[in-house]
Design a protein around this ligand. Structure first.
Ligand SMILES: NC(=O)c1ccc[n+]([C@@H]2O[C@H](COP(=O)([O-])OP(=O)(O)OC[C@H]3O[C@@H](n4cnc5c(N)ncnc54)[C@H](OP(=O)(O)O)[C@@H]3O)[C@@H](O)[C@H]2O)c1
Length: 348
């Protein structure tokens, strides 16, 4: 459905992007106008966006449905409404991860050209759950080579970024020992591979039927979480315990942390204790909790892309396939808490 033709005029004094409307200026999008269950999402034809001078227009070829989208759709944690609208969502098309082709550029764009394959992440304006989206060229968007399929490129960032931010916060060093709880999640599966890239010894927990998948991701030791009642049963100590699915607690992790060991969870905690413990952790020198606020950066997208190119990071993709029109079903699936890695939707 290529209804926008774009042409870059290369004379620098009149460097503009020209958009010639060839037919309907509409696109298919997963639309919502109120917070709630996956039922609030419906597929609609809405106006396609036009790039501002500093933006690129992308024909989207693949996107993920992830826990960030899910959190902003349900607004289950009220705090998310301070970003997305107190009573009603300010943005009607979610989708943080995307991968597609640049089909239009604003007059001031310098980093991209028509025809570039790009992937990225936008958790402030979203837009990835649609056929076209625009993004500021200085936000989290970068090119990738033909060797990476769009459906893989779309899965590089969300899990990889949350994993990388937390690993950086823990200041991981080669030779250190890490425990990753939830090795099959999108964050956990990326974390295993990134920790291995940084030279750590990785122990991971996952469901019994996924032990082989998690070993293949590079974990040195893998245990079935259903058989580990308390983490002390592992009889090991760790420099860093990363609870990538937020199912354990600092109280449980503390006995298995080495002196100066760090615990990070991707969740607030059963009693919303992790942010507070994170603040207290800043004043402690011994075993402590960190609760870093992840900041997404284009340089992290480039770093993660390069890991994919050199084979150190293979985003884990759930075998379950959904058509774009089945996006509400995809949300229901990820909210079972049992997806594997990333749920990707193709728009090609
Ligand atoms: N802070 C943020 O902004 C932010 C952003 C995104 C996500 N999150 C949070 O991060 C967490 C992870 O998200 P995700 O997308 O990576 O993964 P996810 O979809 O939440 O996790 C799926 C995996 O969790 C595993 N799992 C379920 N119960 C478990 C348990 N008791 N112990 C260990 N593993 C268990 C399952 O493994 P098996 O299938 O092997 O059983 C499943 O493969 C979520 O809680 C999400 O809400 C936070």
């Amino acid at each position: 459905m290529a209804f926008i033709f774009s042409e870059q005029i290369t004379n620098p004094s009149v460097r503009v992007a020209k958009f010639l409307n060839q037919g309907l200026k509409k696109m298919k999008a997963a639309y919502f106008s109120q917070y709630g269950s996956p039922d609030v999402i419906s597929i609609k034809d809405i106006p396609a966006p036009t790039p501002l001078p500093n933006q690129i227009l992308i024909k989207n070829k693949a996107c993920t449905v992830n826990r960030t989208d899910s959190g902003f759709r349900s607004a289950e944690y009220f705090v998310s409404r301070f970003f997305s609208g107190l009573f009603k969502p300010k943005f009607h098309v979610l989708g943080t991860d995307f991968a597609g082709e640049v089909v239009g550029i604003g007059a001031d764009v310098k980093r991209f050209k028509i025809g570039d394959s790009v992937f990225g992440f936008d958790d402030s304006l979203f837009g990835g759950h649609a056929e076209y989206l625009v993004i500021d060229e200085n936000k989290v968007v970068t090119t990738f080579p033909d060797s990476i399929p769009y459906t893989i490129a779309a899965c590089i960032f969300e899990g990889g970024h949350y994993a990388l931010s937390n690993i950086k916060a823990a200041n991981l060093h080669p030779g250190q020992t890490v425990l990753i709880n939830g090795g099959t999640g999108s964050i956990g599966s990326a974390a295993i591979q990134i920790c291995k890239h940084f030279g750590a010894h990785v122990t991971a927990l996952c469901g019994g039927e996924h032990l082989d998948i998690v070993k293949d991701l590079g974990a040195d030791e893998v245990y079935d979480y259903t058989k580990i009642k308390t983490l002390s049963e592992l009889n090991k100590t760790f420099d860093f315990v990363f609870d990538a699915v937020g199912k354990r607690s600092f109280a449980e992790a503390k006995p298995i942390l080495k002196e100066n060991g760090i615990y990070i969870s991707t969740e607030l905690g059963k009693h919303l204790e992790n942010p507070l413990l994170g603040i207290l952790g800043n004043y402690k020198k011994r075993k402590r909790v960190l609760f870093p606020i992840p900041v997404s950066k284009a340089e992290d997208a480039e770093f993660l892309r390069d890991l994919v190119i050199n084979g150190s990071y293979k985003p884990l993709i759930d075998p379950k396939k959904f058509e774009f029109e089945e996006i509400a079903e995809a949300y229901r699936y990820i909210e079972t808490g049992q997806k594997i890695g990333n749920v990707v939707l193709s728009l090609e």
